[in-house]
Design a protein around this ligand. Sequence first.
Ligand SMILES: NC(=O)c1ccc[n+]([C@@H]2O[C@H](COP(=O)([O-])OP(=O)(O)OC[C@H]3O[C@@H](n4cnc5c(N)ncnc54)[C@H](O)[C@@H]3O)[C@@H](O)[C@H]2O)c1
Ligand SMILES: O=C(O)C(=O)C[C@@H](O)[C@H](O)[C@H](O)COP(=O)(O)O
Ligand SMILES: [Zn+2]
Length: 371
Amino acid sequence: MQTLMVELDERSYPIHVGPGLIDRGDLYAPYIAGRQVMIVTNETVAALYLQRVKAQLGDYQLAETILPDGEQYKTIDCVEQIWDGLLAARFNRRATIIALGGGVIGDMAGFAAACYQRGIAFIQVPTTLLSQVDSSVGGKTGVNHPRGKNMIGAFWQPRAVIIDTATLESLPPRELSAGLAEVIKYGLIRDLEFLAWLEDNVEALRALDAQALTKAILRSCAVKAEIVAEDETEQGVRALLNLGHTFGHAIETDQGYGRWLHGEAVASGMMMAATLSARLNDLDAAALARVETLLRAAGLPVHAPEGMSSERFLELMRLDKKVLDAGLRLVLLDRLGQARVEANVDEALLVEMLNAYPRATLARQRDDSIG
Ligand SMILES: NC(=O)c1ccc[n+]([C@@H]2O[C@H](COP(=O)([O-])OP(=O)(O)OC[C@H]3O[C@@H](n4cnc5c(N)ncnc54)[C@H](O)[C@@H]3O)[C@@H](O)[C@H]2O)c1
Ligand SMILES: O=C(O)C(=O)C[C@@H](O)[C@H](O)[C@H](O)COP(=O)(O)O
Ligand SMILES: [Zn+2]
């Protein structure tokens, strides 16, 4: 097992990484002060891992909330089910929530913890690649609104993140690729050497090579932990973690939550951001081609959804949380391995880029990447 720390002013916390960690009761124990534990998971993950986690928690008063599976269920209704379960079990302020699952479960369980009796402890036990490299770390919690992605939420840090790398063995290949989008993001925004390593190791990662996955998870968590430590509530540098997300969230909202996976929408969004960066002469053609080649090699889409107009992109992008007084704020690439927030986006240039940008159905893009 290897352990990284997220260093915060108020309360730092560990990220434990290794195979078999969901069976390590000693890793949960320090954060279960009140002896009351609510496990939040979904139907798919419950069938795979719930009994194993429960077996480690036999000495505690246990409750569970098993939610339906899918991004379309990342809603306030599902969070209410968690609150209802906590109240039905008569859990108090010293209760702990364990989020067992992917980013959808982690975001909702964290938000439920942030609000229950004005805040209780929670532990992240992420079981998708995306949640292991990104969503379990950093304390962004919340739900979607029909009008926009992640629009309701809170910053609420977990007490610990327990990453069992062996859980990735049951993850469908499409979900693994979605997780690789966020891994590639770290290379693009902060670490050119890691980006080059990903180019060399993308096949090993897709083949679930344990050593390669562990390295990718550790490096991703280290970059995220460093950025979150610098700027916990996204006043500045943390916005770089949003590379591709202004476009990506627009795609997820337009297509209906769950049709394009978050990682797929972010992949396409990062390609769009890179294309805009190239239009501004920050990236040369060779750098742009490297981004596209890597995303495709990871099994990810790079085109925008068929039929999504430039007007629709702009309408949804204007709802982005990075928008402040006026105008879009986009994360662009200065070069590979270095990003910036561009506050004065030239909308005419953006529209020109959107109009020229290729569109394709997700099914077509997935066929192309598999074939
Ligand atoms: N809070 C953050 O900082 C942050 C960061 C990135 C993404 N997110 C959010 O995370 C969500 C996406 O997370 P995700 O990609 O993990 O999706 P997800 O939670 O929907 O999980 C993907 C699928 O994998 C299944 N699954 C989970 N673990 C499994 C396992 N080990 N074996 C087999 N199947 C398994 C799930 O049931 C689901 O069907 C989005 O809502 C996104 O907005 C949040
Ligand atoms: O942790 C962050 O900060 C991120 O931006 C990570 C993103 O990958 C993630 O998708 C996040 O949920 C997006 O946040 P939002 O504030 O743009 O909704
Ligand atoms: Zn993301």
